[in-house]
Design a protein around this ligand. Structure first.
Ligand code: ADP
Length: 396
């Protein structure tokens, strides 16, 4: 591999920086890791090789901020072969607004436009931008590229992006954006490798991790998504509630006297699997628990996925394939079985053996005669970002 072919991919949150280093034109993963407990300390830095073996660990008793975390990462990279010569940094950025339907060079103009979007994603975008600023300051001259979770959904029909609100409200940017777009774009790209017919198919994909959403795709393009104005809409998630009647929010404020911070805390951090079960936001813990409340939380997630699946099939005018991805979608045999059981009316027939041991890579888990084919596709947003970053560098 040439020395200057490394792309660093960053996914920065409020308390962590997840990173992956890619090399080559394909590109392929060299190593990955995370810096966690930023701001709350002790901050921990972990690097894993491509087999997930921990190859480096470091910790600081006092918490680091984003800039200090970035410094530690760049110092580590500088000690690695070719790590001083980054070709580019690709950033996962939660929001690109209505403007950006693809990756962008993060120049001053784009950064100014993104600053103006902070109000749309106040929990995530400031942290994404903090990492961009730190990377620009510490690696001057290295191109910085932004890849947006919303961009893939900008292809949706206008109706799919609209709320039934007056135009003066819509004009403020209050509309459906959709998220997890990099994951869905990756899935759309992988499916035709497994079955070329899927390139022109009607596909519903479910990215089920700590955040969870579904996306309807026709011919590899997003047609509808379960997440809307924010990433709290749609399915119940680890700690997020998913869709609730907006009247609930009014009631919480008006009758229970909750302020914005309290409502946000409830809807984002104390709901979903954690809120319903009262036990955990982690699907593994819930599946291992014998508690009825744990089962109720799982049942509610399965039920909402089934309802959303019907809605997505309607948006597509039918469905040819169903895809599971994300930590839960890739690993929970029981959840996939329950979703597919409920989707029998759509023509889904699961192959229980294939479902029990899907292995790695893109795997079909439906029977050969199932009208709707069902797939497991491991999520890889980082690779999507690395590809986008290299693509944009190649453009004039
Ligand atoms: P994030 O959205 O933070 O990237 P992940 O995609 O890693 O999260 O998904 C995390 C979820 O995946 C957790 O609920 C976790 O319990 C679940 N998960 C991981 N492995 C398994 C497993 N073997 N069985 C069931 N659920 C699993």
């Amino acid at each position: 591999m040439a020395a200057n072919d490394k792309v660093l991919v960053l996914n920065t949150g409020s308390s962590s920086i997840k990173f992956s280093l890619f090399g080559g034109t394909a590109p392929s993963l060299l190593f990955k890791g995370r810096i966690e407990n930023l701001f709350s300390g002790p901050t921990r830095f972990v690097v894993q090789d491509t087999s997930n073996e921990v190859v480096h660990e470091q910790s600081w008793p006092d918490p680091l901020d984003h800039a200090a975390g970035m410094r530690a990462l760049l110092d580590y990279l500088a000690q690695q072969p070719g790590g001083r010569d980054l070709r580019a940094v690709g950033h996962r950025i939660v929001h690109g607004g209505a403007l950006y339907s693809g990756p962008q060079w993060l120049d001053d103009t784009v950064l100014t436009a993104l600053e103006a979007l902070v109000a749309l994603a106040p929990l995530h975008l400031p942290h994404n931008l903090a990492a961009v600023r730190a990377a620009i300051a510490m690696a001057p001259g290295v191109p910085q590229v932004g890849c947006f979770d919303t961009a893939f959904h900008r292809a949706q029909p206008e109706l799919a992006q609209a709320f039934a609100l007056p135009p003066d409200i819509t004009d403020l940017g209050i509309r459906r954006y959709g998220f997890h777009g990099l994951s869905y774009e990756y899935i759309a790209g992988r499916l035709p490798d497994a079955d070329p017919a899927l390139a022109s198919a009607r596909v519903v994909a479910a990215h089920l991790g700590n955040g969870a959403s579904m996306c309807a795709m026709a011919r590899g393009r997003s047609v509808a998504s379960s997440m809307g104005f924010t990433a709290v809409d749609g399915l119940p998630m680890g700690t997020r509630c998913g869709a609730v009647d907006p009247g609930v929010v009014l009631y919480l404020i008006d009758q229970l006297g909750m302020d914005v911070a309290a409502v946000q805390d409830l809807l984002y951090l104390r709901s979903g699997l954690l809120g319903v079960s009262g036990i955990s936001s982690d699907m593994r813990t819930l599946e291992a628990s014998g508690e009825p409340r744990a089962q109720l939380a799982i049942d509610l997630m399965v039920y909402r996925i089934g309802r959303e699946l019907g809605s997505m099939a309607a948006a597509l005018g039918g469905i040819d394939a169903l895809v599971f991805s994300g930590g839960i979608g890739e690993n929970s045999v029981a959840l996939r079985a329950a979703v597919c059981r409920d989707a029998a009316w759509l023509g889904v027939t699961l192959d229980p053996e294939a479902n029990a041991a899907p292995g790695g890579g893109v795997v079909r888990i439906s029977t050969a005669s199932s009208t709707v084919s069902v797939w497991v596709v491991p999520a890889n947003e980082e690779l999507m970002i690395a590809r986008h970053t290299l693509d944009i560098l190649g453009q004039p």
